[in-house]
Design a protein. Structure first.
Length: 218
């Protein structure tokens, strides 16, 4: 299932959500301008490398945040930003712009740390906003479980639009992340996707989002 849009409409313009999208786009544009060698250095400098973080090199702790704004290609950034457009505006509307920014960054941090826990010896950089976005998805599951997600579903050689409740759509997504994370631990997954970052961000969102909600929020 590929999500196209949700049925909820925000009351306010999601300024922080769009700033995050813009920042990701600017960084990706910068990446496109680099030579292959320059891109390699850039990713290995600002991406999160588990082995370096575990070695307690002070300068590497900043990469927990910088890595959230790096992406490995067009599909990587477009898919992440599309999901953020669909789900992020409602979370920002619910908890407020300032709280949303803090929540987003903390979700990305939780995601990164869980991925590092399961790949401590890795010298490959972790990049992407998907861990933080997974936190947004976890928050959406808790705050708007009955919302409907209009999705594009392939049926044989045809595509059809289907409205799926958020609890079903996001529940299925999370189970897929768990299964993929388990395969990665068994060495059977060669995709290079940071599945445990997705899992960590999602769980963080589910557990903590209520702490960010205003008492007078709708």
């Amino acid at each position: 299932m590929f999500p196209l849009y949700d049925t909820l409409r925000s009351r306010r313009f999601p300024i922080v959500n769009w700033i995050l999208i813009l920042l990701n786009g600017i960084v990706f544009y910068y990446e496109l301008k680099l030579s292959d060698e320059g891109l390699y250095r850039f990713i290995h400098t600002w991406g999160l490398i588990p082995f370096q973080l575990i070695s307690n090199s002070a300068e590497t702790w900043a990469t927990i945040f910088s890595s959230m704004f790096l992406h490995g290609g067009w599909f990587h950034i477009l898919s992440n930003m599309w999901i953020l457009i669909i789900f992020g505006d409602n979370i920002e509307d619910k908890i407020g712009s300032g709280r949303y920014l803090i929540f987003y960054l903390l979700s990305g941090t939780a995601a990164a740390l869980l991925q590092v826990y399961f790949s401590t010896a890795s010298d490959q950089p972790i990049v992407g906003a998907s861990g933080a976005i997974a936190g947004v998805l976890g928050a959406y599951l808790i705050l708007f479980p009955r919302a409907r997600i209009v999705s594009l579903v392939p049926i044989f050689f045809l595509f059809t639009l289907v409205e799926v409740r958020a609890v079903i759509f996001l529940g299925f997504w999370f189970v897929l992340q768990l299964f993929s994370g388990w395969l990665a631990l068994q060495g059977a997954d060669m995709s290079g996707v940071a599945w445990w970052a997705h899992i960590g961000g999602f769980i963080f969102g589910v557990i903590t989002i209520r702490l960010f909600v205003h008492n007078n929020s709708r």
